[in-house]
Design a protein around this ligand. Structure first.
Ligand SMILES: [Zn+2]
Length: 69
């Protein structure tokens, strides 16, 4: 069984949060729009101190994709 994706995750179109494929509603922004077409990965532990979080305007901790197409 060949793996199609690197990770069984999809990205929220609105806020870029990464969630498991089985999740229907984004836990961060409540959106129901997801895409499998994302790239990059950033884990935000402390949004107040993370440079990556500032760059990407992320307010909550969690896993995010860097780019959503
Ligand atoms: Zn979201």
């Amino acid at each position: 069984m060949p793996a199609k994706r690197r990770l069984p995750l999809k990205a929220c179109v609105k806020c870029k949060a990464l969630v498991e494929d089985s999740v229907d509603v984004c836990p961060v922004c409540g959106s129901r729009e997801f895409t499998d077409d994302w790239d990059g990965f950033v884990a935000v532990i402390d949004p107040e101190k993370s440079e990556a979080a500032k760059l990407l305007s992320l307010k909550q901790k969690g896993a995010y994709s860097v780019k959503v197409r």
